[in-house]
Design a protein around this ligand. Structure first.
Ligand code: ATP
Ligand code: MG
Ligand code: MG
Ligand code: MG
Length: 463
C-alpha cells in the first residue's frame, strides 16, 4: 500500500509531483503515438486519466493488456490536463499489470448496465460508477450516525444477534439451530424441529436490538445500537430485505416529543454530513438516478418535518381524492401508498405520525391516557414511506404486564425486561432507523437491493 488514493490526487495533486497509483482500468483510448487509460481505485467517482506515450518500453504489449477491468500499478508525474473534465492527469513511464481482464468475458463493459443485470453479478457491481457512489455514501451515512451520537455522549452498545425474544411480536423470525445437519439430506431438513434447539431453548436471529438497548439505557442513560437485524419477510418489495441494518438509539428520562426532536435532528445531521463529504457522488445521483435528490436533501435540512397524529392522518386520507389500493380505516395500519401520499402529495416533506392505535403496535409502546392509542411515532419519507419507527416505552410495570398478556405473550419469558420496571424504572424512549432505507432516501435508488453490498431477499443469497 505505497500508493496515494486517486480521490486525494484529483483534489490536491500538483504538476510535477511523482505519484504511484493502483487500481482498475475503466476505459482505454488509443490514439496516434499515445493512449489514455482511466484508472479507478474506488476512492472517488472520477477516475485518474493516465497518458501512455508510445516510447514506453513494451508499449504495444502493455496496451493489449490494459483492457477494462485489468488491475494496474501506474507510476509517473502529474501534469496539468488539457482535456475537459479533469484538472490533472498522470504521465506514466512505468506500468505494471497485476491481472488482466479478458474483454470477451469480463461482464462490465463500457456500456451502461441495468441494475437488474448488475444484481446477477453482485461480486463485480461495486466496480461501476453507480455502486461506487452508493457504497461511498453508505459509508458516509454510517460515519455521520456515529458522529451524531458520539458528539452527544451516547454509548454505542452491541446487542446480540441470537436472541430468545421476538421484539416486534410480528412472528417474522429466522430460527437458529445448533443441530449437526451435516449428515441430514437437504430434502429432510423440513422434518427437524428447530424451535427447541439452541442449547435447549428456541432462539432466533434478532429482529431488533431494542429490548436489549433498553437494558443498557437503564444504566448508561443514552445508548445506541447499529448492527444487522433479520426478518423472515416474504414480501418482495423494493423496501424490504431479509437482512438489514438498523440504528436504534434508546434514551432514559425521555418522552415522545424529545424522541421526535432527536430523530429529526439526527436525519438533518446525516444529510448535511453527506452533502459536505460526498458532493460529487450526490451530484451524480441527482443527474443519473433521480433528479430530486439534491432538492430533497435541501428540503430535509432546511424545513421542519410535519407532525400529525394517526387520527388526523386517517381523516386526511379519507378526504384524499385518490383511489388507494388498501382501505383507510381507524384501526388499520398505514400502507406505504398512504404514507407516501401524506409526504409526497399533501405535505411535500417528511411527516411524523404519532399516537397509533395500540392494537397495531408492539407491546412495549406506552399506552396513552385514552387507553386506545400508544405514544408511537413513525417518520415517513417521500418515495420511501416509513423510514423510522419509534416510541416512548411503557415504563409502568402493571400496564406493561397487561399489554404483554393481551398480545398473547408470556410475562415470565420477559422477566428480565419487566425487572427494568421493578427496579428504578424511568420514562424512556427510542427509535429504529432502517439504515438501507436511509441510503435509498439519500441516493434516490429505487430498490433496496441496490444499497446493500450483499442483499438477502427471498430469492437471492448467492454468497
Ligand atoms: P414496514 O412497515 O415498512 O414493514 P416495520 O414497521 O415492520 O416496517 P419496524 O419494526 O418499525 O418496521 O422497524 C424499524 C425500521 O426498520 C423501519 O422503520 C424501517 O425503516 C426498517 N425496516 C423494517 N423492516 C425492514 C426490512 N425488512 N428491510 C429493510 N428495512 C426494514
Ligand atoms: Mg414490517
Ligand atoms: Mg410499519
Ligand atoms: Mg414500524
Amino acid at each position: 500500500m505505497k500508493n496515494r488514493r486517486i480521490a486525494e490526487i484529483l483534489r490536491s495533486g500538483e504538476p510535477d509531483e511523482f505519484v504511484v497509483v493502483q487500481g482498475w482500468v475503466r476505459t482505454k483510448r488509443e490514439l496516434k503515438g499515445f493512449s489514455f487509460i482511466e484508472v479507478n481505485d474506488g476512492s472517488s467517482l472520477a477516475s485518474l486519466q493516465v497518458v501512455l506515450n508510445e516510447n514506453l518500453p513494451d508499449y504495444d504489449d502493455i496496451l493489449k493488456k490494459l483492457n477494462t477491468g485489468a488491475s494496474v500499478e501506474v507510476a509517473g508525474v502529474l501534469v496539468g490536463s488539457l482535456g475537459k473534465g479533469q484538472r490533472i492527469e498522470l504521465k506514466t513511464d512505468k506500468i505494471k499489470v497485476f491481472g488482466e481482464a479478458d474483454p470477451e468475458t469480463y461482464p462490465l463493459q463500457k456500456k451502461r448496465h441495468s441494475f437488474e443485470f448488475l444484481r446477477t453479478i453482485g461480486h463485480l457491481r461495486s466496480r461501476t460508477n453507480s455502486f461506487g457512489a452508493v457504497f461511498r455514501v453508505r459509508n458516509a451515512c454510517a460515519t455521520a450516525i456515529h458522529q451524531f451520537f458520539q458528539e452527544r455522549g451516547f454509548l454505542w452498545v452491541h446487542t446480540p444477534v441470537i436472541t430468545a425474544n421476538d421484539c416486534e411480536g410480528a412472528g417474522e423470525l429466522f430460527s437458529v439451530t445448533s443441530l449437526d445437519l451435516k449428515n441430514v439430506p437437504r430434502t429432510q431438513t423440513q422434518a427437524i424441529d428447530y424451535s427447541k434447539d439452541f442449547f435447549g431453548k428456541p432462539t432466533y436471529l434478532t429482529v431488533s436490538g431494542q429490548l436489549e438497548a433498553e437494558v443498557m439505557a437503564m444504566a448508561f442513560t443514552n445508548v445506541y445500537t447499529f448492527g444487522p437485524t433479520f426478518r423472515a419477510e416474504n414480501s418482495n418489495t423494493s423496501r424490504h430485505l431479509a437482512e438489514f441494518w438498523m440504528v436504534e438509539p434508546e434514551m432514559a428520562f425521555c418522552d415522545l416529543k424529545e424522541d421526535m426532536n432527536l430523530a429529526e435532528a439526527f436525519l438533518k445531521h446525516i444529510f448535511k454530513y453527506v452533502l459536505e463529504t460526498c458532493p460529487e457522488d450526490m451530484e451524480f445521483f441527482n443527474q443519473r438516478i433521480d433528479n430530486t435528490v439534491l432538492a430533497t436533501a435541501d428540503n430535509i435540512i432546511n424545513n421542519e418535518f410535519e407532525r400529525i397524529t394517526y387520527t388526523e392522518a386517517i381523516k386526511l386520507l379519507e378526504k384524499a381524492d385518490v383511489q388507494f389500493e388498501y382501505p383507510v380505516n381507524w384501526g388499520l395500519d398505514l400502507q406505504s401508498e398512504h404514507e407516501r401520499y401524506l409526504c409526497e402529495q399533501l405535505f411535500k416533506k417528511p411527516v411524523i405520525v404519532t399516537n397509533y392505535p395500540a392494537q397495531i403496535k408492539a407491546f412495549y409502546m406506552r399506552l396513552d391516557e385514552d387507553e386506545k392509542t400508544v405514544s408511537a411515532m413513525d417518520i415517513l419519507a417521500p418515495k420511501i414511506g416509513e423510514i423510522i419507527g419509534g416510541s416512548q416505552r411503557e415504563e409502568r410495570l402493571d400496564v406493561l404486564e397487561r399489554r404483554i398478556l393481551a398480545q398473547g405473550m408470556k410475562p415470565e419469558d420477559l422477566w428480565w425486561y419487566l425487572d427494568l420496571r421493578r427496579f428504578g424504572t424511568v420514562p424512556h424512549a427510542g427509535f429504529g432507523l432502517g439504515f438501507e432505507r436511509l441510503v435509498q432516501f439519500m441516493t434516490g435508488m429505487g430498490n433496496i437491493r441496490d444499497v446493500i453490498p450483499f442483499p438477502r431477499t427471498p430469492e437471492s443469497a448467492e454468497f
